[in-house]
Design a binder for this molecule. Structure first.
Ligand code: PEP
Ligand code: MN
Length: 263
């Protein structure tokens, strides 16, 4: 299978490509304060969950389409690109209607071929970058199958996101990295950019820095990190979010080696 290697031509060609923003868009003020903080520190791509797949009912399930105009403000006032998770064809249509720049498919959705196909069908004839998270279970073929469904819909700007794999034992990681799986994905699809999501692997903010470094040492192309202006007050995934300031510190202390030349 032939996959284009370039996700967003002209954007952040240097490694790592960084996508950052809150787990969830909560309020217009929280979105703008977080985006301003990230933009001031040179981040160009803003992530925010609008529809949230929650493990249990009764929690915050996302602000919904009401939050999409806030992301338009992030684009127009700060010149950032925006990235949103889509889980249904309706999400795709609402994102496209609101000029979202990048879509991503979440880990629970990647595990469901019917859902991925529904999204792929809604993407027919559209040129937009799409990132595909690994399925929650450590099934490389299922991950590649989701990538193929999106590719077969005509999408050529495709990337993968490694967010770790579900485990009952969460003593260290929220989701086990099982690095050999994205490494094998790279072996099978060498031109596919792979972005690491240390936030959902680690589940706690202390693990963000070492996981980012590990991803760079393994030659990942980018990082998608959850960042919130007031992490402890976040309505979802509070324990794993970092302020824009902390994210900036983490990124500035990363050691980026050119691993492509190593033997
Ligand atoms: C998220 O990115 O906030 C999210 C829900 O991630 P995942 O699909 O990896 O659980
Ligand atoms: Mn999250």
């Amino acid at each position: 299978m032939e996959l284009e290697s370039i996700l967003l031509p002209g954007v952040d060609a240097k490694r790592p490509l960084v996508i950052a923003g809150p787990c969830s868009a909560e309020t217009e003020e929280q979105v703008m304060e977080t985006a301003r903080g990230l933009s001031a520190r040179g981040i160009k791509i803003f992530r925010a969950g609008i529809w949230k797949p929650r493990t249990k009912p009764g929690g915050f399930e996302g602000i919904g389409a009401e939050g999409l105009p806030w992301l338009k403000r992030v684009q127009s006032e700060l010149g950032m690109y925006t990235a949103v998770e889509v889980a249904t064809a309706k999400h795709v249509r609402e994102c496209l209607a609101n000029d979202v720049d990048i879509l991503w498919i979440g880990a629970r959705t990647s595990a469901n071929p019917f859902a991925v196909q529904e999204i792929a069908d809604a993407l027919e004839g559209i040129d937009i970058p799409v990132l595909i998270k690994n399925p929650v279970n450590p099934d490389l073929d299922l991950w590649i199958g989701a990538i193929e469904r999106v590719y077969n819909a005509g999408i050529r700007r495709i990337g993968a996101i490694h967010r770790g794999f579900s485990t009952y034992d969460k003593k260290i990681y929220r989701n086990l990295p099982q690095w050999h799986i994205p490494i094998e994905l790279h072996r099978r699809l060498p031109n596919l950019p792979i972005v690491c999501d240390p936030s959902h692997i680690g589940g706690k903010r202390e693990l963000i820095a070492p996981l980012c470094q590990q991803a760079m040492d393994l030659n990942f192309d980018g990082l998608i990190v959850e960042s919130h202006c007031h992490p402890d007050k976040a309505w979802s995934d509070a324990a794993q979010q970092v302020t824009p300031d902390v994210l900036d510190f983490i990124l500035n202390t990363l050691v980026i080696r050119d691993m492509s030349q190593s033997t």
